[in-house]
Ligand binder design. Structure first.
Ligand code: MSK
Length: 648
């Protein structure tokens, strides 16, 4: 990455990178300058699974896998496939361990053991209970919730049989999974099996290793992540469109600023409640501040934005910069995507860094463990610490001016309602608009930032190219936040950036051309939305028939690989940018990029240029439109009453 402006396209970010440089503070941006990526590691052709190595193997040519071997005789194909499978396992484990924590809290809530949480969406409770085959007639909410919690928890360790949610997938998709032996059992079993099969001297056929990687990823996408999203909605409320704001300018000089970072929404929910407590308000007054200003970071931000409209301070690469403002009294971190560098940045200021999960500690941070049974008390304790720290602010406070309004909260339920109204809620209008060509297709653009590419630039270039070509974009995670900062999450964005057909639809419904669906685990909402489109009819009978594609143009985490793997093996063509973790083996890459299409009807692709990548997605969407026979735009059909009745 070159110096200066090329590090980010966001002005607030650039201003704070400069401030950090001026004040001699190390951030991810300066560390990336000092640390060049390892050329062998980047190809994933280094094997470290036993102590006879590490064995470093140069890149293989197609068909040469067998000639390049490690000390034990393992081919580079085996090594690269193992490394890829372990990434999938780690990513899937992260989402699904988050999900387990949610289920455990849900069970405690249902049993009345964590008074501060409650069941907020009873309708969704009943719907999800029915999915799990639970009898809901003449039973009270508490009983149903306890049974649901117990059944959901059982999904994690299911040793045989099929996961409840895989049965929601289109039947043809289930047949494909069955045919290739990847219908998942419980996530715990699938991940243990990945780790076993990639141990020294076990599974040594790259295709077979990647089969298990598919199974583990599906156990996450259609298991852990989906359970997490659904139970969070029941406990905290299913998101509906909400106005929020984003970027480092949401921090306030005259407020006690508390940044909530990580992924699990349990403590963040309690912090939101505690920030409205009268005792906390009094303390704030006494400290001379105008209030407590909660601001989210990364996916914790997405969770409390979607449900409460709490402002987002920024996405992954902005986490240390929030502290560089000098205006943050306290940052909480729970799990995932929190840089260890936060501790040394916090030391340069008065900021308290608080770890809150029993699974994640950071040297130099203070640890206040979150337990749902004392949720609100712990949240008040944390806010009290922040308020008491307010007078300790030092001189060098600088908060950039940038803050952008946005609309978030597009759950699957909300999309259905917006499209069809309360009484005719359905995906029919979306499918119709795809069939008539006003909307060309749908793309899921998700994932992280990566310091090896210009912050936010690839997300925005790709998404603008897609909506310009009438592709409706669904987004989550740090990609959603990049869109928010650039103003793409407002209904007006359609007028400025979208093609004529998409603009017409967005203006008629009143939605942005890019819909914010939530956090990383909420990628399961995209699977649910795509499944609803198939079930609505008219666009084929499998997810792979849809004019749809996925992308993570700035990915960096193993979770992104897990998400991509479950999208691809669910039948969705998915393009990744920045770097590709199987370049060390052409055989493995060929398998994922081409053989997967024959097997799963979805495949991976790698393209660093976001416009070219968008081009690949649009070409795939057009290929699917042609196969469906809808490649020629249809005239608008005006429905009379008889036709409407027939539709219903
Ligand atoms: S936070 S996994 S950097 S999207 Fe979910 Fe952002 Fe990627 Fe973390």
């Amino acid at each position: 990455m070159a110096d200066g402006k090329e590090k980010s396209i966001d002005k607030a970010t650039l201003e704070l990178i400069e401030k950090a440089e001026r004040e001699g503070i190390s951030t991810v941006f300066s560390r990336a300058d000092d640390m060049k990526p390892c050329p062998i590691g980047v190809e994933e052709s280094c094997c470290k699974v036993c102590s006879m190595g590490p064995c470093r193997m140069p890149r293989s040519k197609k068909g040469e896998g067998a000639r390049r071997v490690g000390v034990c005789g393992a081919t580079v194909d085996t090594v690269v496939a193992r490394n890829f499978a372990r990434k999938v396992a780690a990513g899937s484990a992260s989402h699904s361990d988050h999900a387990r924590e949610v289920v455990l809290t849900f069970l405690k809530t249902a049993r009345g053991e964590s008074q501060d949480f409650s069941i907020k969406d009873e309708i969704k409770l009943l719907e999800v209970a029915l999915d799990f085959g639970i009898n809901i007639e003449k039973r009270d909410t508490k009983d149903i919730a306890i049974e649901l919690g117990e059944k959901a928890l059982y999904e994690f360790g299911k040793q045989s049989g099929e996961l409840v949610y895989t049965k929601k997938a289109p039947l043809r998709r289930q047949e494909i999974w069955r045919k290739f032996g990847v219908l998942p059992r419980g996530i715990d079993r699938e991940i243990v099996e990945v780790m076993h099969r990639t141990h020294m001297g076990v599974d040594q056929d790259y295709r077979h290793i990647l089969q298990q990687a598919a199974r583990a990823a599906l156990a996450d996408g259609w298991g852990g992540s989906m359970i997490s999203t659904e139970l969070q909605d029941i406990m905290f409320g299913t998101p509906v469109p909400v106005l929020g704001s984003i970027n480092l300018g949401v921090l306030k000089e005259d407020h006690v600023n508390v940044v909530v970072h990580g992924h699990e929404p349990l403590l963040p929910e309690m912090l939101v409640a505690a920030s409205r407590d009268s005792g906390i308000r009094e303390l704030t007054d006494r400290a001379g501040a105008k209030g407590v200003n909660l601001a989210g970071m990364c996916c914790s931000a997405n969770e409390i934005l979607m449900r409460h409209g709490i402002p987002c301070a920024g996405n992954f690469l902005q986490q240390e910069l929030a502290l560089v403002t000098g205006a943050v009294e306290l940052m909480t971190v729970d799990v995932q995507c929190q840089m260890q560098g936060l501790a040394s940045v916090a030391e340069c200021f008065h900021t308290k860094l608080i770890t809150t999960s029993d699974r994640a500690m950071i040297e130099g941070a203070e640890h206040i463990e979150f337990h749902p049974e004392q949720g609100l008390d712990i949240a008040k304790r944390i806010l009290t610490m922040a308020i008491e720290n307010y007078p300790n602010r030092r001189h060098s406070v600088y908060i950039p001016a940038q803050s952008q309004d946005m609309v978030a909260g597009f759950s699957h339920e909300t999309i259905t309602y917006l499209l069809g109204g309360l009484f005719r809620a359905s995906y029919r209008p979306l499918n119709e608009n795809i069939a008539n060509g006003r909307i060309r297709g749908v793309a899921g653009v998700v994932g992280c930032n990566n310091v090896r590419t210009q912050h936010d630039a690839a997300h925005l270039a790709m998404i603008k190219e897609l909506i310009r070509n009438d592709v409706l974009v669904l987004t989550t995670g740090c990609s959603a936040m990049a869109c928010g900062k650039a103003g793409l999450l407002t209904p007006e964005a359609a007028h400025f950036h979208a093609g004529g057909g998409l603009t017409e639809v967005c203006e008629a419904i009143g939605i942005p051309p890019v819909l914010h669906l939530g956090s990383c685990v909420d990628n399961s909402r995209i699977l649910i939305a795509a499944t609803a489109m198939v079930k609505e009819g008219g666009l084929g009978d499998d997810l792979s028939d849809l004019p749809a594609a996925g992308a993570a143009p700035e990915w960096m985490s193993e979770k992104a690989i897990a998400i991509g793997q479950y999208f691809v093996t669910s039948g969705i063509f998915t393009v990744f940018g920045t770097t590709w973790p199987t370049t060390g083996s052409e055989n493995v890459t060929e398998h994922l990029f081409h053989e997967y299409e024959d097997m799963y009807k979805g495949m991976w692709a790698f393209e660093q240029d976001p416009i070219q990548a968008a081009g690949l997605m649009i070409a795939h969407i057009d290929k699917k439109r042609k196969a469906l026979g809808i490649d020629k735009g249809r005239e608008r059909v005006l429905f009379d009453m008889a036709m409407r009745r027939a539709m219903e």
